[in-house]
Design a protein. Structure first.
Length: 236
């Protein structure tokens, strides 16, 4: 029994879930025959992240044999807090040592292991690409989810990069759809020239909304996954 703990809804991760199940099938774990899944999806906006510990505890009570937090530091930390016995295999974008998930990259210890894309660490590169596209611009924005565990770390890295490029950086926060709409209206008022989207599952799930707003406000926006550019965003 595999427990899936998600900070968003299943449709955000449809392709990755399919690949996950296909990979297990290749190893002989076929859904409905040799493996079953228990899903706990948060759904809704990021303001509901405080429900994740209860969902993680529910998976522990099933009980499942392994928990896969899908995806990011926040659900992974909720799973870690819920059990020290059930193995947890996480998928995160930042440094799992810095976020407190594991003690060491080579020897994570305890009941956690997993994969990091180090996607957060290339955030400054996204800002650099935006700067190259808009060399005369001096004020850039970054959109972050304040409920996401690594948001302040992302802001710190991007601020350091902004100083290096001679840019001013304005941080804006959204954890609901309405707040995303408000952010874009605020960016126009602030005369921000371009926007970097922070790494977060809630914001990933709003790729189409963010891309549409970027087109509406004629604002260059860079995000991290190719799906953003595929639905109308400028670049990823």
């Amino acid at each position: 029994m595999v427990g899936i703990l998600g900070a968003e809804s299943a449709d955000v991760w449809t392709d990755r879930l399919r690949l996950f199940r296909d990979g297990l099938s290749d190893l002989g774990f076929v859904e409905g025959r040799s493996v079953a899944f228990e899903y706990r999806w948060l759904g809704g906006g990021a303001e509901q992240y405080d429900r994740l510990p209860a969902l993680a505890a529910d998976l522990v009570s099933v009980p499942v044999k392994v928990i896969v937090p899908f995806a990011g530091e926040t659900p992974a930390l909720a799973a870690k807090a819920a059990t020290s016995a059930i193995p947890i295999v996480f998928i995160v974008s930042g440094d799992p040592v810095q976020s407190g998930l594991v003690a060491n990259l080579n020897r994570p210890g305890a009941n956690l292991t997993g994969v990091t894309t180090l996607n957060i660490e290339v955030g400054p590169k996204r800002l650099e690409i935006l700067h190259e596209l808009l060399p005369q611009s001096t004020l850039m924005g970054v959109l972050l989810n304040p409920q996401q565990a690594g948001s302040e770390g992302q802001l710190r890295q991007l601020s350091e990069a902004a100083d290096k490029f001679g840019l001013k950086l304005r941080a804006l926060y959204a954890s609901t759809d309405d707040e995303i709409d408000s952010v874009f209206a605020t960016l126009t008022e602030l005369h921000v020239d371009g926007l970097v989207v922070g790494v977060d599952s809630f914001l990933i799930g709003r790729n189409e909304r963010i891309a549409a707003l970027a087109l509406q406000h004629k604002l260059p926006v860079v995000s991290h996954y190719r799906e953003f550019a595929a639905v109308g965003g400028l670049i990823s």
